[in-house]
Design a protein around this ligand. Sequence first.
Ligand code: ADP
Ligand code: MG
Length: 520
Amino acid sequence: MAQVISGQIGGQPILILREGSSRNTGKDAQRNNIMAAKVVTNVVKSALGPKGMDKMLIDSLGDAAITSDGATILKEMDIQHPVAKMMVEVAEATDYEVGDGTTSVMVFVGRLLEEAEELLDKNVHPTIIVEGYRRAADKALEIFGDIAVSVKATDRVVLRKVAMTSMASKIVRGYLAGLSIDAVLKVAEKRGKGYVVDLDNIEVEMKAGGSIVETKLIEGMVIDKRVIHSGMPRRVEGARIALLDYALEIEKTDFDAKIQIERPEQIQAFLDEEERMLRVMVDKIVGAGANVLIYQKGFDDLLQHFLAKKAILAVRQAKKSSMEKLAKATGGQIVSSVDGLSGVELGSAKLVEERKVGDDKWMFIEGCEDPKAVTILVRSGTEKIGDEAERSLHDALCVVRDVVEAPVVVAGGGASEIEVSSRLRKWAEGLSGRVQLATLNFAEAMEVIPMTLAENAGLDPIDILVDLRARHEKGELWAGVDMFGGGVCDMAGLDVFEPLVVKEQIVKAASGSACMILRI
Ligand code: ADP
Ligand code: MG
């Protein structure tokens, strides 16, 4: 039979079944898989929603992490069972696609499988269940689309509601919501009638020390580098920035390998020549109008000295990815030779400055005009709080991007799931045979979201469900679980909104995954 391994949460071992040496076949294997999925669901379930519990995870080295993020919880656990791993993957895929809904998707998969188990007990064949789930998922997507509300992509009021909802459990969310909206709108690019947002253009840098409210948006870049030479300025206003990615060094191979040196004066002549060439390079940089040089390679000592003499602020060994973002932020171009430097390639920034951040010194390139890459510098009292802030920021940036790119939303708190579930039931009534059973169970499974939210808020899930169904029957489209007020409430009135694409992703990913598990 199956072996048992354990992960730890808050000191309590959790058991996840692992395939043992003997293999189970047929029905047994299927029941086992469903069981593994249910175990995973039970682990993450209590983390759903703003009243979800934080979990303390202790890894094999004894390091603790505190989080209420379902996917993070599972990542930190040593998961062995293939089905449990599939559930982690579906959460990761959801994170990749839309950046939110990772706990929901796992909770939903677990519930779909529980419903499937009931059908298996009634001797409904797995292929019929899969067919019913597929059809119900398609219909659910259609209904979500019907009830969703179109908004304006750049409407800050709406974006704020969505960002706040994604960080509902976090204290500093008001502050982080504003920063995420600013950041996303800065890098959003107009395409046709809509926008595209590449979140890679928003760098999030974390530095412990300071307080969360010192977290700020830099209209430009922050790079973990110092000015290379003590004689160089530490601060340049009205910066004109050269971005160079080739070696600013004289080829020495000729000198070393081929030329035969016969007299000491010859060495001197070579050194003089090298010095002359370096001076020419520096003159070209200065001539192009640059006062800041950001450079991907290492520097010659002599070159540093010459640059310092010309009061150029220089940074070396910048990462390739930093260079690319700097180009986007400052409007400059990366060049491979000073020969081609005419001045138009230079980027600009109001201020380039080396500043102390915690124990380090970093370069700030800021006040860029219309930057297409920006940085959020996260400050926090401790690294753990910083990590959690970074995760919150990730969620907020993702949902704001989701809405800017696809400006359609639904209310949260389980409101949309209840509505979709009830319309699915009505639609399923028109079907017949065993497939109908599967579609009805799918509809019921959707109710796991509001029920879990109710449970996590310490409310009676059955009472809440009865109330929710009745209100939706009366046409209260956005009646959902008010986790803070403790009852059923109009979620739109509470400003709890989520991107439609997150709900779509949850339905697609969860039904896909449940069907895959049922077919194993
Ligand atoms: P996920 O990883 O699935 O995004 P979360 O822990 O972020 O999980 O919880 C998301 C759920 O919490 C959504 O169903 C959302 O509608 C709900 N939610 C968020 N804020 C509130 C709120 N203030 N009241 C009720 N439900 C909320
Ligand atoms: Mg969330």
